[in-house]
Design a protein around this ligand. Structure first.
Ligand SMILES: [Zn+2]
Length: 303
């Protein structure tokens, strides 16, 4: 090959390589989605979605948690403004621990959440502002009235968020997001369906750190509600994390859990799985195919 031809070929190859790199970068960029998880209290999203959220955030997804109340009631010795302030700071610390982009806490009173038009409009604006591709909420048949009402509000927003004349100060989304329910164990009127299963073993310690950031809940309020002797809770940071992990994360997956896992990780020996988060597809909003779910949750099938 002549020197001239060689140089031309080299130039052409460089252009092809750069174009391919650019196209790959663009394709990767496209796969990055915006996710908004909505709970009633600062800690709801963390306990049901914290592991998956940490994994998605690591992949470059823009993940936000939104608590519809400020958590100013759930404590045995504190309350009101000072507790709300503490809970807001704990939420910020949890976001840092999980690596998610934002944790917003609305200033509605804990224990007094109703699915009013006002709260619905607040939620619709948050979904639009976040340009959400995936919205997660609670099911409206949970034990706690705030959880039920938070679930209803998200369901109510699932269609109304595409209506331009609703909350017209915030432009509506071009497409309706996928709405998912975070898990619970309540059976009436129907049990939670494990439609999507994400193995979170690789981030379980990150999830525990996110939960531990909610200090006044994990080490004070929740143990108090279930009769734990608070003097038995360790003081040191390492010991507290180990205590929390043992207390909340020591449940081995049951048969139905492993069945759900098998669907999404067909090549995996499921007997080695320890920690899983589940999501149910809401009938409102976009209805994703299995292929679309794999695109939204790229960690599925990757084991
Ligand atoms: Zn809660």
């Amino acid at each position: 090959m002549s020197n001239f031809k060689y140089k031309k070929m080299k130039k052409l190859l460089t252009v092809i390589c750069l174009s391919l790199a650019f196209m790959t970068a663009q394709a990767q960029e496209k796969k990055t989605l915006n996710v908004l998880a909505i709970g009633a209290h600062p800690d709801d999203c963390d306990s049901k979605f914290g592991g998956t959220a940490a994994m998605l955030a690591k992949m470059g997804y823009k993940v936000k948690f939104l608590a519809l109340t400020n958590g100013d009631a759930g404590h045995q010795s504190m309350g009101g403004g000072p507790l709300a302030k503490k809970r807001r700071q704990e939420a910020i610390d949890a976001a840092k621990a999980l690596g998610i982009a934002e944790y917003e806490v609305l200033d509605n009173h804990d224990g007094e959440l109703f699915p009013t038009l006002n709260v619905r409009l607040e939620v619709i604006r948050r979904i639009r502002d976040w340009d959400a591709d995936i919205v997660l909420g609670l099911r409206p048949n949970d034990y706690h009235p705030d959880h039920r009402n938070a679930g209803s509000v998200v369901q109510d927003a699932a269609y109304m968020n595409i209506v331009p004349n609703v909350a017209p100060d915030t432009p509506p989304l071009q497409k309706n997001p996928v709405f998912l329910y975070m898990s619970d164990h309540f059976k009436k009127p129907y049990p939670f369906q494990k439609d999507i299963a994400v193995i979170i073993d690789e981030v379980i310690d990150t999830k525990v750190k996110g939960l531990a950031a909610h200090d006044s809940q994990m080490f004070e309020w929740l143990p108090w509600t279930n009769g734990t002797d608070l003097s038995t809770i360790p003081e040191g940071e390492k010991e507290r994390l180990a205590w929390l992990k043992e207390k909340w994360m020591n449940r081995k997956p049951n048969a139905s859990t492993l069945e759900a896992v098998k669907k999404w990780y067909p090549n995996l020996d499921v007997s080695k799985v320890n920690h899983v988060e589940f999501f149910e597809i809401c009938e409102y909003g976009k209805q994703p195919t299995d292929a679309e779910i794999k695109e939204m949750f790229p960690m599925l099938g990757s084991k």
